[in-house]
Design a protein around this ligand. Sequence first.
Ligand code: DX5
Ligand code: ZN
Length: 218
Amino acid sequence: MSIRIAPSILSADFGRLEAEIQSASSADLVHVDVMDNHFVPNLTLGLPVVKRIAEVSPMPLDVHLMIEDPDAWAPRYAEVGATSVTYHFEAATNAAQVAKDIRSTGARAAVAIKPATPAEAVFDLLTVVDMVLVMTVEPGFGGQAFMPHVLPKLALLREAATQAGTDLWLEVDGGISADTISQAVAAGADTLVAGSAVFDQADRAAAIAALREAAVPA
Ligand code: DX5
Ligand code: ZN
């Protein structure tokens, strides 16, 4: 099975973002964490910065919105150049409409669920999203410990997507490293976010290669 690696720039040097993103160009997507200090207790970056990242990144942008009111904001991230926009189910007022509004721009729509949110909460959305993000840490910070107990949600989502006849990507985010990635892939993840496991290493290409190597044990 082919997998996608999405380095999270949350662990990159924000003072030299363009070079940092370039250093990870052997990956498939660049994961951009937008936090508003309301939905999560941390604050990162917003629309103008994502717009500029989209202009300089050699990789498609996988924007992860950890913000309140994604109903208003999510389509705007698609309009400034994100290839995929992920919003949190827990934050949306009309979760299906958010996905439709993202898709109407031509971008891919994705819905994320926190560790305590059951897979079943998003079953009704599987025909309007292109990806589900299953959080394997509490959203808000990089470098936290992987939560393997959430992984059974991936099989439930895959089964529901197959029944709905949709080609769904399944992403995991949080605590992914060369030690944990094979568990996530074995559980059904095909798109793997890794922040500290890539950007805390001096050689980002080697770190990405190590994740690919570890993803599917020989
Ligand atoms: C956390 C963010 C993640 C974060 C992952 O809320 O959504 O994308 O960067 O960092 P690591 O891979 O270090 O757990
Ligand atoms: Zn993220």
